[in-house]
Design a binder for this molecule. Structure first.
Ligand code: FE2
Length: 415
């Protein structure tokens, strides 16, 4: 294959012919009319008027914990904290091969849905960092399917876990792409604040990106986002910093949020919302009315801040479901966040493509433009709205000009 005909591109009128050479896009040309696919040579894909998009992105997942739900037991309270407790038991018996095979199986699930860029958090609160070593190998092994960014994630804290700081430093020296954190889980507020200063300095010193699990709780007093945003503003690192979850923002009062948003706009950091995971884990201590436990996605978006959706978990101690399909998360997210207005439906894919790519700082490595890597996905519907409404799927996934996935849907036969 070296070209696609009858491709519809997001936000543009007409049909396009997209070509590539030596793994890079070489032409994106508007067709004067629809081309009859059956007259085309075998090396041409006929998109049939359907949408062709840059690959879908998974900006926040935990591949090292994936496919472990129920081991050693199921999370019965459905809380974040029971999940952390169960994972702590499961990781005591984890092996390199165990991590490697589960991560690769999960990556295949993601790639089967048109995802080619993945950011995974890897637990580094583990003496010896065996899991991280396994995941660094997976990053290389999986290259034909996805670009994998690895976050050094201190699941049990930086300040609250023994040798937490040195484990984080070692992880960065071993070659992680991103520095993580979990300030709301540290034992005290002071530790949460100092963990943010530590991780931001570490990232700045080593030229790494930052992605912090921040205020993943319904506690309205969990206010580490303001600390992360202020340090980001002062250091001028906004494009390289992401706040994941920030679910406490769903419980902040409006007066505080009004002040907070002023700072967020100055800091210009990125946000990731994990709607299925958060609606499952949060609100667990509420009676009725029960909070949704999500961050303020439409408000962040309206304020001009970059916000995207992620899966977070696939069959792990925190969330028992998941099949790798980020469009399922988009569907749930737009419902839960009251974002089914007409305007949002027209641009729904922003939240799982362009916005996510910006969060991952993909820059010129992403997008259907001449000279960029020939990575794309052909969908089974012709617009953002129809992708969402019809629960469309990725039919072709092309990476570096090579077909890596072709999905053949079963057709309905009426009797
Ligand atoms: Fe997470």
């Amino acid at each position: 294959m070296n070209q696609i005909i009858n491709a519809r591109l997001r936000g543009q009128e007409g049909l396009f012919n997209i070509k590539w050479e030596h793994g890079l896009f070489s032409a994106v040309e508007l067709q004067s009319s629809r081309v009859e696919g059956r007259h085309s040579p075998d090396d041409v894909i006929d998109a049939g008027g359907n949408l062709v998009i840059p690959p879908l992105v998974e900006p926040h997942i935990h591949l090292d914990a994936a496919l472990t739900a129920g081991e050693p037991s199921w999370n019965l309270t459905g809380t974040l904290f029971e999940g952390i407790e169960l994972w702590s038991k499961r990781k005591a018996i984890v092996t390199k091969e165990d991590t490697r095979s589960r991560a690769l199986r999960t990556i295949r699930m993601l790639a089967a849905h048109g995802i080619q860029h993945v950011r995974t958090h890897v637990d580094v609160t583990e003496p010896g960092l065996g899991t991280l070593k396994a995941m660094l190998e997976v990053r290389e092994e999986a290259r034909e399917l996805v670009d994998l960014q690895i976050v050094a994630f201190p699941q049990e804290g930086i300040e609250s876990f023994s040798n937490g700081r040195s484990l984080m430093t070692e992880a960065v020296e071993m070659g992680v792409d991103v520095v993580g954190g979990i300030p709301h889980f540290e034992n005290t507020r002071d530790q949460g604040v100092s963990s943010i200063h530590f991780l931001m300095d570490l990232a700045e010193r080593h030229g790494r990106l930052v992605d912090v699990h921040c205020d993943e709780t319904d506690d309205p007093h969990s206010r580490f986002l303001e600390v992360l945003a202020e340090v980001t503003r002062v250091k001028g690192m906004g494009a390289h910093v992401t706040a994941s979850h920030t679910t406490a923002m769903g419980s902040y009062d409006n007066a505080y949020c009004f002040k907070l948003f002023r700072l967020l706009k100055q800091a210009e950091l990125n946000f990731i919302c994990c709607p299925t995971e958060s609606i499952h884990l949060q609100g667990r201590y509420d009676n009725y009315p029960k909070r949704r436990g999500l961050t303020r996605v439409p408000e962040l978006d309206h304020a001009g801040l970059n916000v995207c959706f992620a899966q977070d978990s696939i069959v792990d101690p925190w969330y028992p479901l998941g099949n790798g399909n980020i469009l399922r998360i988009l569907d749930a997210g737009l419902h839960i966040c009251h974002m089914l207005g007409y305007q949002n439906l027209q641009r729904a894919l922003d939240f799982v493509t362009d916005h996510s790519a910006r969060t991952l700082s993909l820059g010129e490595r992403y997008g259907i433009q001449v000279g960029r890597p020939a990575n794309l996905v052909v969908m089974s519907a012709e617009s953002d709205y129809e992708v969402l409404r019809s629960q469309a799927c990725a039919q072709w996934s092309i990476r570096g000009g090579r077909v890596i996935m072709r999905r053949r849907e079963k057709e309905i036969e009426w009797s």
